[in-house]
Design a protein around this ligand. Structure first.
Ligand code: NAI
Ligand code: MG
Length: 496
């Protein structure tokens, strides 16, 4: 497939800029729009309908009606599965266009969007399509000690949880939409999805593909807008049965409070991380490149970024210098330039945030072996950065930076590193690099995180459950595990 790398989003025929409610493209009730900028230049890409509470209300009404009366939850699982499979196919048919949109809106290299984000999104729908026909209850033999001699027939039903609000971030806009929509559709739920205000374009295009695949009106509604307005309205809505959220731990706590203050809607939360990546002295040399990929992939804008690099003493200098050399060699530029290896950060806010962390590291006495500041003088580019001479109490060591910044520290033994690795309020991911596989498994057991990678990093698959311990979140996405979070279980008992 060939694609013209066109900087101008206006050239896409029919790029939706409105919101998608009940199968219709509509303006915001207020008539307002917001700008989504190109992070490589700071210039406006498109003006998008700005949803707020009233639009969320309209979308929840449509989703409720579609859940209650519509054909989706009554369709045979096989028919539902076929439609979900078709969404995956349509994503692949439109791969180049989606990758281009993602690159323009988010800043990531086109090749990365085409090679990772888009096929992973398609695969998620293909994987979830298979589950549609495999969601079952159980029959259960019961004893009931206070009814001696009685016979029963008991079984469970697994039913869709209902209307789901989904709030997603800007780091993998299309893929996060897929992670959210896939299990909701498979289980027969209906959805109001709010994409991040920084990156609404691919979710809106996906809404079109979802409709084209045959998902009926009202089942998937997409309302772009800001978090404090549209997002908060969704979290507060009394007729939403569940919210699935991916984003900051700070906003995750606001969503918990909103659910508590309203209807105790069910929640799943995919939050921040400060993941340890641990290189033992017997690791293969590939660990150096692995450690660089763990932090620099997607410009460090990954919830699971390997942002704390721990290297065993005898190889500390070699590994950390190696990562610093890779950092210095990375070519920064616009995501649509085919020679670009790392694009800009997503927004001026993220740029300020990440450079603010770099400044605090400098003031606290950390040393930048590579990078340490802004790259160029336009767009939101930050140099890939390796910090050493850090102390555990520094902000750069404790807090999620969400940029291309790794802090490197030494460790001496297996016992010591388990405690160091777990010394964080987060628990999303971890990497372990060693030739000694028993040591790796022993450490994997001690790490309090939802994902552990051994001699690899950033390996994702639709069949692997993903989520966090501690303040990295509640529940799991993907795999069969996610289906539990989109279904209610009903126990039915008959006295025979
Ligand atoms: P955020 O958590 O504010 O935004 C994520 C999503 O939540 C967006 O769709 C946003 O519109 C929505 N949102 C914001 N405030 C809300 C509210 N009060 N109620 C309901 N929804 C709301 O993240 P932000 O501000 O874009 O980034 C700040 C930091 O959050 C990053 O530097 C990073 O550390 C972390 N983050 C983590 C992500 C992850 O994948 N775990 C993704 C994005 C950000
Ligand atoms: Mg925010």
């Amino acid at each position: 497939m060939t694609v013209t790398l066109d900087q101008n989003v206006e050239t896409f025929i029919g790029i939706p800029r409105k919101m998608f409610i009940n199968g219709q493209w509509t303006d915001a009730a207020s008539g307002k729009t917001f700008e989504t900028p190109n992070p490589a230049t700071g210039e406006t890409l498109a003006n998008i309908a700005e949803g707020d509470a009233e639009d969320i209300n309209r979308a929840v009404k449509a989703a409720r009606a579609a859940f209650q009366d519509g054909p989706w939850s009554r369709m045979t699982p096989s028919d539902r599965g076929r439609i979900i499979w078709r969404i995956g196919d349509l994503i692949l048919v439109h791969a180049a266009e989606l990758a281009q949109l993602e690159s323009l809106d988010n800043g990531k290299p086109y090749a990365v969007a085409l090679g990772a984000d888009v096929p992973l999104a398609a695969d998620l729908f293909h994987y979830m399509a298979g589950w549609a026909t495999k969601i079952n209850g159980q029959t259960i033999d019961i004893s009931v000690p206070y009814m001696p001699g009685a016979n029963f027939h008991s079984y469970t039903l697994r039913e869709p949880i209902g209307v789901v609000g989904q709030i997603i971030p800007w780091n993998f806009p299309l893929l996060m939409a897929a992670w959210k929509l896939g299990p909701a559709l498979t289980t027969g739920c209906t959805v109001v999805l709010k994409p991040a205000e920084q990156t609404p374009l691919t979710a809106l295009r996906l809404a079109e593909l979802v409709a084209e695949a045959g998902v009926p009106a009202g089942v998937v509604n997409v309302v772009p807008g800001y978090g404090e307005t549209a997002g908060a309205a969704l979290a507060m809505h009394p007729d939403v049965d569940k919210v699935a959220f991916t984003g900051s731990t700070e906003v995750g706590k606001l969503i918990v409070a909103a659910a508590g203050a309203t209807n105790l809607k069910k929640l799943t939360l995919e939050l921040g991380g400060k993941s340890p990546n641990i290189v033992f002295d017997d690791a293969e040399d590939g660990a150096i490149e692995g450690a660089a990929n763990a932090i620099f992939f997607n410009h460090g804008q990954c919830c699971v970024a390997g942002s704390r690099l721990f290297v065993q003493e005898s190889r500390f200098d070699e590994v950390v210098d190696g990562v610093a050399e890779i950092a210095k060699s990375i070519k920064l530029g616009s995501g649509l330039d085919p020679t670009t290896q790392m694009g800009p950060l997503v927004s001026s806010e993220q740029f300020d945030r990440v450079t603010g962390f770099l400044e605090s590291g400098r003031i606290d006495g950390a040393t930048a072996l590579a990078g340490g500041g802004r790259f160029g003088d336009r767009g939101y580019f930050v140099e890939p950065t390796v910090l050493t001479n850090t102390r555990p109490d520094m902000k750069v060591v404790q807090e999620e930076i969400f940029g291309p910044v790794v802090v490197a520290e030494k460790f001496s033994s297996l016992d010591e590193i388990a405690a160091q690795a777990n010394d964080t309020s987060y628990g999303l991911g971890a990497g372990i690099w060693t030739r000694d596989i028993s040591k790796a498994h022993a450490l994997a057991k001690k790490i309090r995180a939802g994902t552990v990678w051994i001699n690899c990093y950033n390996v994702f698959d639709a069949s692997l459950p993903f989520g966090g311990y501690k303040q990295s979140g509640w529940g799991r996405e993907m795999g069969g595990e996610v289906l539990n979070n989109y279904t209610e279980v009903k126990a039915v008992t008959t006295l025979l």
